[in-house]
Design a protein around this ligand. Structure first.
Ligand SMILES: Nc1ncnc2c1ncn2[C@@H]1O[C@H](COP(=O)(O)OP(=O)(O)O)[C@@H](O)[C@H]1O
Ligand SMILES: [Mg+2]
Length: 264
């Protein structure tokens, strides 16, 4: 992952990771065509960290699934690193989903009876990586999210925040250049939410990974530099945040709760 740091960054001449043009998505329900996305265009540069907001049902997940190559648009273009996704065959799509993009869900989507380590290593198994390397890389990814001491825990032995960090480690283990997260803090308490933002901010600033996530919470969107708002099937606003919040600084400022009874 270290090699990427020099190559990526926030410089102005960064290439586009995502370019969508006049993207639409409709669902056929009975005799009606239910139009969810009605023509959305925007670009996201390599190395950006941005949030997507919008009312419930406005098509945020629909959009994220298209960006993650988990779904296809009805019309319009999607260029991923300059390549038109519509031209990808199934093999190429699987490759992109497995190597280029990491996806994080609101409900974590971990295998319940499987340890953190094996959950994280799973994408590498699919990618045909050897067992020893799978193990090493899964450990490194869990270390990167601060869970090096929880590798043998199963999801029900972890808090919601820790489960989401395992899910982020799983999205990271294939060294993607883009992480897409659909309401990653939707099921988390405030501290865990800031921890997730801390991880995203570090992955973005230290490794140059492009991160886009959906959130309902305006204060969570403020950890980014850019907020895209979806309204009535259109891009309603594209706002810059001039002074993003720093999750690391906020976590450091929070007083640690001392477990009771305190042992010395
Ligand atoms: N497979 C589907 N068939 C029909 N309608 C769908 C389907 N998936 C989503 N929708 C509808 O599309 C709209 C947008 O859904 P979604 O993208 O999940 O919104 P959001 O994530 O912004 O809450 C909703 O009204 C939803 O009911
Ligand atoms: Mg949604």
């Amino acid at each position: 992952m270290a090699g990427r740091q020099a190559a990526r960054g926030q410089e102005d001449n960064a290439t586009m990771t995502i370019e969508i043009r006049n993207l639409t998505k409709s669902y056929q329900t009975g005799e009606f065509d239910l139009q969810i996305l009605k023509g959305i265009s925007f670009s996201v540069k390599d190395g950006e960290l941005c949030a997507i907001m919008g009312p419930s049902g406005s098509g945020k997940s629909t959009l994220m699934n298209i960006l993650g190559c988990l779904d296809t648009p009805t019309d319009g273009e999607y260029l991923l690193d300059g390549e038109n996704v519509a031209t990808f065959d199934e093999t190429r799509l699987a490759q992109v989903r497995n190597r280029k993009i990491g996806f994080v869900f609101q409900s974590f989507n971990l295998l319940k009876r499987t340890t953190a380590l094996d959950n994280v290593a799973l994408p590498l198994l699919y990618a045909g990586v050897e067992p020893h390397e799978r193990h090493e890389r899964a450990i490194a990814a869990l270390n990167a999210v601060g869970l090096g001491d929880r590798v043998d825990h199963k999801p029900n032995q972890l808090s919601g925040g820790q489960q989401q960090r395992v899910a982020i480690a799983r999205s990271l283990v294939t060294t993607p250049s883009l992480i897409l997260a659909d309401e990653p803090t939707g099921n988390l308490d405030s501290r865990s939410s800031v921890e997730v933002m801390d991880i995203f901010q570090r992955l973005n600033s230290q490794l140059g990974i492009t991160v886009m996530f959906v959130t309902h919470e305006p204060d969570i969107a403020e950890y980014t530099r850019r907020v895209l708002r979806i309204r009535d099937g259109y891009l309603g606003a594209d706002e810059a945040i001039h002074e993003p919040r720093s999750a690391a600084a906020e976590l450091a400022a929070r007083t640690e709760v001392i477990p009771f009874p305190a042992t010395v």
